[in-house]
Design a protein around this ligand. Sequence first.
Ligand SMILES: [Zn+2]
Length: 401
Amino acid sequence: MSNLKIDRRDFVTSSIVAAGTSVLLAKDSHAAASQETAEAPGSETATAYTGEAIQGKKVISRLNVADLEPGRKHFLYFQGVQMPGGQHWYVSVIVAKGVRSGKRFTLTSGVHGDEMSSIRTVQAVMDRLDPAQMSGTVMAVLDIARPALEGMQRRWPDSGRGADLIDMNREWPGDENGASATSRHAALLFNRLLKPNSDLAIDFHTGTTGLEVAAFLIGDRRLPDVKTMAELYPIGLMWDDPAYPGVLHNAFVDVGIPCFTPEVGAARILDNEMIALFVEGTLNVLKHYEVISGPMGQTAADVKMMIGDAAFPIIATHGGLVEFHAKLDDDVKAGQTIAVQRNMFGDVVAEYATAVNGKLAAYRTDASSEPGNILAFILFRQPDLQPHRRTEPYSEKSYAE
Ligand SMILES: [Zn+2]
């Protein structure tokens, strides 16, 4: 994909110059550029209202939370990239602006379109905030991959080559002149909303359709604020790993904004018990950084969080129906059978065992599988290996975030 990330304006310009059609040059190079590059000098940091309202909510194309009235909540639509029909995708934004100065938190969800509990977690945190009693700001950006969300699917439906699907959580920080609407949407959000208004950030996810995950956190505990925030969640599992380039939490980290990712269970559903734990953890974080006051709730220490630094994958070798012999969060031992697979005659064609001792952190919920699919992963500790090694123990495809 890297060869597609060249500056498209330059590409279009040079190819059309070669064809000698200078009239088309100006038109096409404009079309290839970002939809929003024409801004008055000095306006790069001020909130930009488009002058429109949708369902009573003002539309913005840039935000500076310092411009917002303190002591109240603001409900806005951020103008994202255009659809093929020429209208925009709009992203829902809530800002709780405190009455005193303080940390600016950003809570994001919906980077994958089938992860409903992540959205509800952020909504529930915002419901608990009273800006008249707050310091700093909390900004919620709820439905980031809007077209994916409209279809209850993980990936963004892109029209670049017929029907295509793009995983938006491999696109950050995006490129406003990028080669896909997904990349441009990511960059508009990152440059004009997320990065300028965040001292700390948390990007909420869940498992994905067909692959359920236990409640866990993923992040790089070498970062002091990530370690601090993670330890305030009453969640039993953490994968201490920076994950992949292109994920939103790493784009934040790369510009100096500590961020990590909570994983709130299964896709497509609202898991209210699990949501409550992540709300409690997030409120603990806001208390720790003195955005809100109040007694701490339960934390990682109360639930004896297990911290793994590697994930052992179980990958299907056959086609057929898969039956699990272990449950999410189970402690499993090396050699233990995790699942068996049967062909259409009912014959067992494969038995899958773990090679490590650890916790069953994710498993496939679609009962049939073809070879190559991830069936499960086991979170474990690798005392013999260097932590945070960049080589992955399994294919990118298997990762649930
Ligand atoms: Zn996700």
